[in-house]
Design a protein around this ligand. Structure first.
Ligand code: C5P
Length: 275
């Protein structure tokens, strides 16, 4: 039986660590990253229709393309026999923000259309973006290669975070380009931690190699990290400019989010679980 309509949450992707370990001949960088997902995200709703169409709305829809530049339509085109569907994307995540918004939207679209059309997922999801394979799960995984090598890690402890984006879009290629040392040590083995503090301590000994080059391009990231300082660990996600602060409880995360919101009402801020 074919589905009538399908709704999928495109959860924000957080790089708890992001080690750049090399560069391939085609220019893509080799990564070693611990990726987790927030409970907040965009929403993809797909229902049967004769033609394929995309409508985008939501609090952060401004500037998001509704034509083929949108990864949602590129994801639909990747199916062997794309058919009609009315796709409605509600944007809650900032764009070009290091939270994998476009990749999460693409992954949620693939899952929604796969169910709607009763079709297997297409091959070569990497074509849509390096973060698309990990966003298909979406659960905490170690990501290597250029994003295609995914491996299971010990379960994360109960973990909360405050996510902050200062509203400065930062495209990924210039950040990679500004990274001077391309060959850096890999991430350590992810330990089996029983609590958030222990996990944050391990995480603090790892890195996001793109943080320094991103700060050089968008110095406001430093202010974001300073605002997140009261958390267990403050770090940038992906190629920025969003940062996260790890917290041990929902109350700690809500309290810190409220404090930052009061000081920076124009920033995008979310308190969430991570898993
Ligand atoms: O794959 P995605 O579209 O997210 O990547 C955007 C850009 O980021 C790529 O065009 C490339 O310049 C850079 N990138 C990279 N190495 C990766 C992932 C992305 O150099 N592993």
């Amino acid at each position: 039986m074919k589905a009538k309509a399908v709704t999928r949450l495109a959860r924000a992707k957080i790089n708890l660590t992001l080690h750049v370990t090399g560069q391939r001949e085609d220019g893509y960088h080799l990564l070693d990253s611990l990726v987790a997902f927030a409970a907040v995200g965009d929403v993809v709703h797909a229902k049967p229709a004769t033609d394929l169409s995309l409508r985008v709305d939501g609090p952060l829809a401004k500037g998001v393309p509704t034509d083929e530049r949108n990864l949602v339509l590129q994801a639909a085109a990747l199916f062997d026999c794309p058919r009609g569907a009315e796709i409605h994307l509600t944007k809650h995540l900032p764009n070009a923000a290091g939270l994998g918004g476009g990749s999460a939207d693409a992954a949620a679209t693939l899952l929604a259309l796969g169910e709607l059309w009763d079709e297997p997922l297409p091959d070569d999801l990497l074509k849509l973006g390096a973060d698309v394979p990990v966003c298909i799960a979406p659960l905490a995984l170690r990501m290597r290669g250029v994003g295609e090598e995914l491996s299971i890690i010990p379960p994360l402890p109960d973990l909360w975070a405050v996510l902050v984006n200062p509203g400065v879009p930062l495209e990924t290629p210039p950040v990679f380009k500004a990274l001077q040392q391309k060959e850096n040590p890999p991430m350590g083995q992810v330990p089996d931690c029983t609590n958030a503090a222990e996990f944050a301590e391990w995480c603090a000994a790892q890195r996001n190699d793109l943080q320094a080059p991103a700060i050089a391009l968008a110095p406001v990231i430093k202010d974001v990290l300073e605002a997140l300082e009261p958390s267990l660990l403050a770090r940038m996600s992906g190629s920025g400019a969003s940062c996260f602060g790890l917290c041990a409880s929902a109350q700690d995360a809500e309290k810190l989010a409220a404090k930052i919101r009061a000081a920076h009402p124009q920033w995008w801020i979310a308190a969430t679980t991570l898993s």
